[in-house]
Structures are given as structure tokens and as C-alpha cells.
Design a protein around this ligand. Structure first.
Ligand code: ATP
Ligand code: MG
Length: 499
């Protein structure tokens, strides 16, 4: 056995994030770890990578007992981790990022030529296409992830940990990643991957470990199981695909008229005319990077519009301040939960309060009893795994942090909700709950604008879908005549020849 983690226990105060966890790994094997939000998946991997110290338990590598105080220790022993939130220096080149702190030198100087050459060889060896001299911030997310992987390979890691690597990728990038994982295993690397996507598990894993409430509750070979069984083991019940009844729409809630944003050279957003009516979920489908994020930012007041208008419940809110637009009836689940959606160092009650300030204060003084019970209410309703409202946001697992933001925004009861990647990082049981909440809101007569890189999510929830391509609306579908193939074709820039 290459790696053995034995009886690992990790306590955070009262809470056992890991309880007697045993995990093994063979050379050349791909192990998947699945489980609900807060099950302890990230914790056990942080312990392996030296980011957290176990309360008790032992780690053996090639039969030798080891202890990792820091990631540097773990790296020295050939263990690397591809973080979900990339740890790259945006303004440096790819090569500089990969060799950072292990630079190739000529005398005391950084040897650019030899570095670039070494990186090129590495990238060819592992079929991870990059250009060493590109600046990281100009690279798409999928490429940034390849840089993270190359960095770990450059440090000669034999065991590589991936914590939800596909969460931030487009479907095409996910395919590339899965290919890479298989390739790495064939070349003798041993991989551990945490994911909520059971189709990915079924595609790449050799073995699966299921965790629940800090413990390993099942372990099996991939060939002896299937996605249904795994989902049952994860959440303890059957997941049903929901069918949404058609619904009459009412008034127009959101409308953009000729919304245009100039980018460098060509228009980043070009004459966008969309609307969302009461009683409908409107999806925006598009390959990421085609303007969907910019469009949402324009509507939400985070980006200045060059031409055109945004109307929210008939009120012209073009280029208004964010709080004015929110006051006019917008709730907004942003794409990046840590960048825009929350404050990681603040408590849960503070995070739950954002946007509700005026409802719980009189003359600028908060009614703290009400504030706390509002936070506690959201936590209970959305089954967020948290100790109390006084915990900090950063102490929550990724999926539970996302649940707080989703709960806060859906519960706002505004006529319009913009939901960007609402279920990113969320386990399949909680996805079902959030989808139900979105449909409930729509059935109350509110409007929802849904942006998701998960095409299945857009297709199953939307009453209407706009396809966006290169900053233009490139097609529209209605529930009933949604055609996945046609949609994919339009998303890739294809032109339909009507009639
Ligand atoms: N620094 C910390 N302080 C207190 N509790 C913590 C801390 N880090 C993690 N926890 C708790 O440990 C438990 C396990 O968290 P972990 O991040 O391992 O879950 P996970 O399985 O990765 O979930 P997700 O799918 O949401 O990412 C959670 O209940 C979390 O709140
Ligand atoms: Mg996690």
C-alpha cells in the first residue's frame, strides 16, 4: 500500500469533522471521496496535505509513519494538492508560477530560457497544453487549473489531491480534466479526487469512499457500484428528478433594452434585449466567457453600462447604485461565493443579515434578538451544518457557505432573483432542496434569472432559455421545445437555418 491514513480524528471544539477515518491508496489508483456538504472530505485531505493537524491518528507512506506539519512537509514526501481556489499570482507568467520558490537559476539570476524549456517539456510529457510565457490572469480557468496541476507535478508529487476540481470549469474543460486524471494515473501517479458529480466518479475512479458526518460509511470498487447507489449512500434516500408544471406568466419584472457594453476592440455586450416575467425561470445558456457574467454585473449595478437601459419592475435602474437596485427589488446570488457573496471573517449572523439591515433596525440600532433568530432560521431551514450563528463563515465547509448565501437571497422575497451558479459545490441532496425553493418562488409569481454552467440545471428548471454567444443573444427556447442539440450548436456560435 502506498498510503495509509489510520483512525484519523479531527475535532474542532465539540465537533468531530473526522471520526476514525481510514483511507488507503495504491500506486496508480484514482480514489474518489464523495459525501454530503460538511461530511469531512476537505478536512481529511487537508490533514494529508499538512494544512491541518489531526487530533489523533496516523499516516503511513510506503509503510513509514510520517507527520506533516505543513504543506511543505507533505510536498517533500511527494504529496501535492490542487486547491479549489487557485493559489496563483495573477500578474506573473505561467512559468514563473510553476517554478515559484523552486526557480532554475544561472548564478543568482532566474534562468528564463531553461525554465521555459523545462516547463515546456513537462507540459508535453503530461499533455497539459500551456504557453510558459502567458500571463496567468489572461488565461481561462481551465488553463489556470492546468498550471496548478503542472506546479504540483514540477514539485515531483506522486500523490495528487484534487478538491472539487470541476466545480469552476466549463463542460468542455471538465472533459479535458477527466482525460488528464486518467492520463496521470496511467503514468503512475496516485490520485484522490473529491467531487459532488457522480458521473465524474463513474468515469474516472477505480474506488470510491463515501463519507457522512465525519465518518467513512461505505467503500467500494467503482465497477461494483453505480450512480444511484452512491447517491443513496451519500444522502440516505432516493433523489427524484422533478417535473415542473407549466405556469402562466404575469407582469414583466426585468427588462433590458439595447444593453451595450464596450470592451477592448469589440462590444463585450451587444444590444441585449431580454426580459424576465413574473412566474418564470429564465435561463442563460452559454459557454463561459461569452458575456453572461458581464450581463449580470450590468443588471446588478456592479458594472457601468455604456448604452441602453435596465428596467426593474418598470423602474429605470440603469447605472444606479447597487443598493438602489436591490431596494427596487433585486436579490442576487453571485457567481463567486467568497469574492462577492459573503465576508469570510464575519460571523454567520452578520452574513445572514446582509441586505436585511433595515428590517431589523430602528433608528440605526439593531434588534439583536431578531437578527440572531433570522440567521438561525436560515440555518435551520436550509439545513446548513453549523454550530451556531456566532461561527465565522470561513469555518463552514464550502457547500454550507454557499447554502447560507442562497438561503439569504431566496428568502429576501424580492420580485426578481438572479441566481448565478446557485448549486456550485452543493451536494445532490441539497441541490434538490434548492431547486424546489427556486420553483416555489417562481410559483409564487416571482421571476428568476438563472445562470449556470450546468446545462442540465438550466434545462430542467427553465421556462425559457436565452443562448448567449460573444456578447449577443443568439437564440431563445421555450420549455417544451428545448432542444439540447440545437442549443449546443447555438452556444458554439452556429447559425440555425430556419425553415
Ligand atoms: N476551521 C474550522 N473550525 C470549525 N469547524 C470547521 C473548520 N473547518 C471545518 N469545520 C467543520 O468541519 C466539518 C467538515 O468540513 P469539511 O470542509 O471537511 O466538509 P466537506 O465534506 O468538504 O463539505 P463540502 O462538500 O461542503 O465541501 C464542517 O461541519 C465544518 O463546518
Ligand atoms: Mg469541501
Amino acid at each position: 500500500m502506498l498510503l495509509e491514513m489510520k483512525n484519523i480524528m479531527k475535532l474542532y471544539g465539540e465537533l468531530a469533522a473526522n471520526k476514525n477515518v481510514n483511507i488507503n491508496l495504491k500506486k496508480g489508483e484514482i480514489l474518489a471521496i464523495v459525501g454530503e456538504n460538511g461530511a469531512g472530505k476537505s478536512t481529511i485531505m487537508k490533514i494529508l496535505y499538512g494544512l491541518e493537524q489531526p487530533t489523533s491518528g496516523e499516516i503511513f507512506l510506503d509503510g513509514k509513519k510520517l507527520h506533516f506539519n505543513t504543506p511543505l512537509d507533505a510536498m517533500k514526501h511527494g504529496i501535492g494538492m490542487v486547491q479549489q481556489h487557485f493559489m496563483l499570482f495573477d500578474s506573473m507568467t505561467i512559468a514563473e508560477n510553476i517554478v515559484y520558490s523552486n526557480e532554475i537559476r544561472k548564478g543568482i539570476f532566474y534562468d528564463k530560457r531553461r525554465t521555459n524549456e523545462a516547463i515546456k517539456n513537462l507540459s508535453e510529457k503530461y499533455k497539459l497544453a500551456i504557453n510558459p510565457e502567458d500571463i496567468v490572469e489572461d488565461c481561462p480557468v481551465g488553463m489556470q487549473q492546468r498550471v496548478e496541476i503542472l506546479k504540483v507535478l514540477y514539485q515531483r508529487a506522486d500523490i495528487i489531491i484534487f478538491d472539487e476540481p470541476s466545480a469552476v470549469l466549463t463542460p468542455l474543460e471538465v472533459d479535458e480534466l477527466l482525460k488528464t486524471l486518467k492520463e496521470l494515473a496511467i503514468m503512475g501517479k496516485s490520485l484522490i479526487i473529491i467531487t459532488h458529480k457522480l458521473n465524474e466518479v463513474m468515469e474516472v475512479a477505480d474506488r470510491v469512499v463515501v463519507m457522512r458526518a465525519g465518518e467513512v460509511v461505505a467503500e467500494c470498487m467503482k465497477k461494483d457500484t453505480n450512480a444511484e447507489e452512491l447517491s443513496f449512500l451519500m444522502v440516505g434516500r432516493q433523489i427524484v428528478t422533478r417535473v415542473i408544471d407549466p405556469k402562466e406568466t404575469t407582469d414583466i419584472i426585468l427588462k433590458t433594452r439595447n444593453l451595450t457594453l464596450y470592451g477592448d476592440g469589440k462590444r463585450a455586450l451587444d444590444n441585449i434585449n431580454i426580459h424576465v416575467d413574473g412566474g418564470e425561470i429564465v435561463g442563460i445558456a452559454g459557454v463561459s466567457g461569452n458575456g453572461q457574467s458581464k450581463l449580470i454585473r450590468c443588471i446588478a449595478g456592479l458594472q457601468h453600462i455604456d448604452e441602453g437601459h435596465v428596467y426593474l419592475q418598470k423602474k429605470d435602474v440603469t447605472n444606479r447604485k447597487v443598493f438602489e437596485i436591490r431596494e427596487a427589488g433585486l436579490a442576487y446570488i453571485p457567481e463567486d461565493r467568497y469574492l462577492w457573496g459573503s465576508s469570510v471573517n464575519a460571523t454567520l449572523w452578520e452574513n445572514a443579515l446582509l441586505g436585511y439591515e433595515s428590517s431589523y433596525s430602528k433608528k440605526g440600532i439593531f434588534d439583536m434578538k431578531k437578527v440572531y433568530s433570522h440567521g438561525a432560521g436560515l440555518i435551520m431551514k436550509y439545513n446548513v451544518k453549523a454550530g451556531s450563528v456566532f461561527q465565522k463563515m470561513k469555518q463552514l465547509s464550502g457547500g454550507n457557505a454557499q447554502k447560507i448565501i442562497v438561503a439569504r437571497e431566496i428568502s429576501k422575497n424580492t420580485r426578481l432573483l438572479i441566481a448565478c451558479e446557485p448549486t456550485r459545490g452543493i451536494d445532490i441532496g441539497a441541490i434538490e432542496y434548492i431547486h424546489n425553493k427556486l420553483v416555489e418562488k417562481r410559483n409564487q409569481g416571482d421571476g428568476i434569472l438563472l445562470v449556470s454552467s450546468e446545462l442540465s440545471e438550466i434545462m430542467s428548471l427553465s421556462d425559457r432559455i436565452y443562448v448567449i454567444y460573444e456578447g449577443k443573444i443568439h437564440g431563445e427556447f421555450r420549455r417544451g421545445d428545448i432542444d439540447e442539440q440545437k442549443m449546443g450548436f447555438l452556444m458554439a456560435g452556429g447559425e440555425l437555418n430556419e425553415n
